[in-house]
Design a protein around this ligand. Structure first.
Ligand code: NDP
Ligand code: MG
Length: 388
């Protein structure tokens, strides 16, 4: 049976992994919409290859290039944020949400309001708007399939179990490429060093987040919303081999873990085929060859980001959205060579301190307003060199 698919963020790393799986099983899928921000030529090539009905660049300035690249193909071209949300509301069997950052929030919400099935990789949307998104999921009868590898692991471990029997959920963290670096070395880390992840190949933003451990902080907040067992039952352990993708301990002290290769095609396949299974091209897990699995507590002195995230979700209100927005601004500044590596967490902490503590945003627009104001605050910090 052919199923229809929309892929938000088709030109990114998750987008490429998703399309690799679709390419291997072309008869199983009909591609409705593919989206990108500015990569018009790349998007047009994918839209032609997969016979998409519509291709959307959210950066409207890139629409003429997209139109030109799609000329004669019969594929509709559209541009701008509104067009992106409209594409996300087209009825499909599966939406893969793989835009990076809070920019993915509005289209994810559009897909949720349609009551669709959404494979959610875009963790920033859930961090910024956790309550608003989860309420909309319940209200519109949408199905959210966690695609982030840790949350997909937890989702699999919880299958057939009751949340009330969960004693603890443990997120594993690779620790990133700079895990063993001293504080002095970290202060001098370059973007190239920070994005050189030992186990995973990912987009630049999440690669930096992995190096700072903010990725695990965002995932902690993501887990809080997806699996409501309470913060006291959420834990983080560093596991450099990235073989165990996360674990659930039950009250009888039985722990279930999901293991697999560190390749996003595994959790993406789990979402695409859910509730069944599909083939992936990956080699079987060879534990004898891996030999050793090790575990360490997170070091929040050198990597304060997990502490900031824990504090933000405990504070609640607008703090998680502020944390996320400030982090997006700081990571972009780091990648542009404007601030040092250890300044990323400092910008986030200072933005949280300077932002007025406002009540929990109750609507999408309120979340986006908090996001915008936190971005301005973080940019002001950078422009006034308050921290550098
Ligand atoms: P990439 O940077 O590789 O890709 C991002 C995609 O989003 C691209 O298609 C990009 O288009 C599009 N995009 C960027 N900015 C905007 C914007 N302002 N509006 C609309 N679209 C935009 O990211 P990843 O694939 O690495 O990550 C995507 C999401 O998945 C992130 O939230 C990340 O945290 C999460 N994730 C990623 C994992 C991974 O292994 N990569 C693992 C787990 C989660 P364009 O090419 O035109 O810029
Ligand atoms: Mg992850």
């Amino acid at each position: 049976m052919t199923r229809s698919l929309t892929l938000l963020g088709a030109t990114g790393s998750i987008g490429a992994s998703t399309l690799d799986l679709v390419r291997r099983d072309r008869d199983a899928w009909r591609v409705e919409a593919l989206t990108a921000h500015s990569s018009a030529a790349e998007l047009a090539a994918l839209a032609r290859e997969f016979g998409a009905k519509i291709a959307v660049v959210s950066n409207e300035a890139c629409l003429p290039a997209l139109r030109a690249a799609l000329a004669g193909s019969g594929i509709e071209a559209a541009g701008g944020r509104q067009a992106l949300c409209e594409a996300a509301t087209r009825p499909v069997d599966m939406t893969v949400a793989a835009i990076v950052g809070c920019a993915g929030l509005a289209p994810v919400m559009a897909a949720i309001e349609r009551g669709g099935t959404i494979a959610l990789a875009n963790k920033e949307a859930l961090v910024s708007a956790g309550e608003v998104l989860m309420q909309a999921v319940a209200k519109h009868g949408a199905t959210l399939l966690p695609t982030d590898s840790e949350h997909n692991a937890i989702f699999q471990c919880l299958s057939g179990n009751r949340l009330s029997d969960v004693a603890r959920i443990t997120l594993t963290a690779s620790g990133g490429p700079l895990r063993t670096w001293s504080a002095e070395q970290l202060a001098a880390a370059t973007p190239a060093q920070a994005v050189a992840h030992p186990n995973w190949s990912m987009g630049a933003k999440i690669s930096v987040d992995s190096a700072t451990m903010m990725n695990k902080g965002l995932e902690y907040i993501e887990a809080f919303h997806l699996f409501p067992v309470g913060l006291d039952r959420l834990d983080i352990v560093v596991h450099p081999q990235s073989v165990i993708h996360s674990m659930v301990e039950f009250r009888d002290r039985s722990t279930l873990a999901q293991l697999g290769p560190s390749d996003m095609r595994v959790p993406i396949a789990s979402c695409l085929a859910w509730p069944r299974r599909m083939e992936t091209p990956l080699a079987p897990l060879d534990l004898a060859a891996i030999g050793e699995l090790t575990f360490f507590p997170p070091d929040e002195e050198r990597f304060p980001a997990t502490r900031l995230a824990r504090e933000a979700i405990r504070a609640g209100g607008s703090a998680p959205a502020i944390l996320n927005a400030a982090n997006e601004v700081a990571v972009a500044a780091f990648l542009a060579g404007q601030i040092g590596f250890t300044r990323i967490a400092a910008v986030v902490e200072e933005t949280l301190q300077r932002s007025n503590d406002s009540p929990r945003p109750a609507t999408l627009d309120e979340v986006l307003a908090v996001d915008q104001s936190a971005r301005r605050q973080a940019l002001t910090l950078l422009e006034t060199n308050a921290l550098v």
